[in-house]
Write a protein that binds this ligand. Structure first.
Ligand code: CMX
Length: 432
């Protein structure tokens, strides 16, 4: 099939059968015990969600439908053979579990282009906010305005049968993914440039077009954007943004509503906003010493200063990972290939040596290693995207490619309303 929806339609009955079998034959199989630590500790380690697209192993990191990042770089089609994977390819993989051919990816590129037109009132809704509003606030406002065109909401109101819920969810998810770059680029141009929209280039792919609409046309930046979107798309189901999208969609809130909620969680400094915080922190180090060439002793001193003032070192640590994030590693490899002499990249490399031992000394940090956000900023900065307050918007656009497919599967598999049980402090004490 060249058409993604036809491909999916063929897969759905098989997946429905698999889930039905699990429910009827294995419903009482235990996946682990729930402890007091889990309830008080943000549900860490509690396996409680079904998520099809990807899984994070504490030691190894992300696998997208079983594929590591190097596998994706090797096997997913790029613009040219050997190029970075196209975001359309990871979207196809996440939704179907199959590696797409170049023809399938090109056809999906076309499909997204035909869906990409953004109604004018979306830009007007953003214009109603002061230019000083945070880029994530402006972006999410745009997403809420896109919701006006929700097919799911419309069809549900006209009495859509449950078995067909996934169809308008597919429409909404694909339209959302297709329209986000134009909305996100508008936010960037409005806040940091002349406010004029750069029209999309029909000859470009999804990631290339997003870079182009932001105002960047360096082929290397376009390649970085493709890789960036691919590695930020999905990180299993329990992270704040993905989990939020799933949760909010379960009472049948449409994909726009669910995704706007996800973005609001992504905008938290311990989650997606960390990429902004990292570059801000790096700039503050450089400002303190007047140069990016900083000695190890000086760096140590600055890290201690950050920790002593009660702040975290942004870009380090993780809720699941216990090793260096492979999303960090692949960005490092990209930098080694294309910008080895950049002083900010060299500073980031030095931090990887200096930060972990200090965090380990604290005795409480479970993972002292760098995560995805420790690296992305210096690459974007190198290519001229220097406005760090914008970085989380890039993460947001990318996350739609992981969340969209899961929302479609949520409806295809008829997953129910999410409603875990809470407990009072008194009850918890009584049980203990
Ligand atoms: N700097 C300082 N202290 C840190 C730390 C860091 N980078 N990472 C963890 N800690 C501290 C925690 O604040 C916590 O302290 P308290 O017990 O005093 O509250 C303690 O170590 C234990 O935390 P943990 O179990 O190791 O980590 P969590 O699973 O609770 O939190 C995370 C994970 C990412 C929120 C945390 O490591 C952090 O704040 N990192 C910095 C922010 C960051 O980079 N976030 C981005 C994550 C990736 C993403 O979602 O984009």
């Amino acid at each position: 099939n060249l058409d993604l929806q036809s491909e999916l339609r063929e897969l759905i009955p098989e997946y429905q059968e698999r889930v039905k079998k699990l429910k009827t034959d294995y419903g009482k199989v235990e996946l682990g015990n729930i402890t007091v630590d889990m309830v008080l500790g943000g549900m860490r380690g509690m396996t409680a969600l079904l998520w099809l697209g990807s899984a994070v192993d504490p030691e190894e990191g992300i696998r997208f439908r079983g594929m590591t990042i190097p596998d994706c770089q090797k096997l997913l089609p790029g613009v040219k053979p050997g190029g970075e994977p196209l975001p359309e390819a990871i979207l196809w993989l996440l939704l179907t579990g199959k590696i797409p051919s170049k023809e399938q990816v090109d056809s999906l590129s076309q499909e997204l282009q035909t869906r990409a037109t953004v109604p004018d009132y979306v830009f007007k809704a953003i214009d109603a906010l002061p230019v000083s509003a945070h880029p994530m606030t402006q972006f999410t406002t745009g997403v809420m305005a896109l919701q006006v065109q929700s097919e799911f909401q419309k069809q549900h109101q006209s009495g859509l049968a449950k078995a067909r819920y996934w169809e308008p969810t597919y429409e909404d998810s694909m339209n959302l993914i297709a329209r986000l770059p134009a909305v996100a680029a508008y936010v960037y141009r409005r806040i940091f440039k002349d406010g004029k929209i750069i029209p999309r280039d029909e000859s470009l792919d999804y990631g290339g077009n997003y870079a182009h609409m932001l105002g960047f046309d360096d082929p290397q930046m376009l390649e970085f954007m493709r890789l960036y979107i691919t590695i930020h798309s999905d990180h299993e189901g329990g992270n704040v943004s993905s989990h939020t999208a799933h949760l909010v969609s379960t009472p049948l809130a449409d994909p726009y509503l669910a995704f706007a909620a996800a973005l609001n969680g992504l905008a938290g400094p311990l989650h997606g906003l960390a990429n902004q915080e990292v570059l801000r922190w790096i700039r503050s180090v450089v400002a303190e010493f007047g140069t990016p060439h900083i000695s190890t002793e000086e760096l140590k001193e600055y890290i201690h200063k950050t920790l002593n003032s009660g702040q975290v070192v942004p870009g380090y640590g993780h809720g699941v990972l216990r090793k260096t994030d492979p999303r960090y590693t692949c960005q490092r490899e990209f930098a080694l290939k294309h910008l080895p002499d950049d002083p900010y990249f060299q500073l980031v490399s030095k931090l990887k040596e200096v930060v972990p031992p200090i965090l380990l000394q604290l005795g409480k940090v479970k993972n002292p290693w760098p995560n995805v956000d420790a690296h992305s900023g210096v690459l974007l900065n190198y290519y001229g995207l220097t406005e760090e307050n914008y970085y989380t918007v890039l993460f947001g656009v990318s996350r739609s490619i992981g969340v969209g497919p899961q929302l479609i599967w949520d409806r295809a598999l008829g997953l129910p309303l999410e409603r875990p049980k809470s407990i009072t402090l008194e009850k918890l004490e009584a049980i203990c």
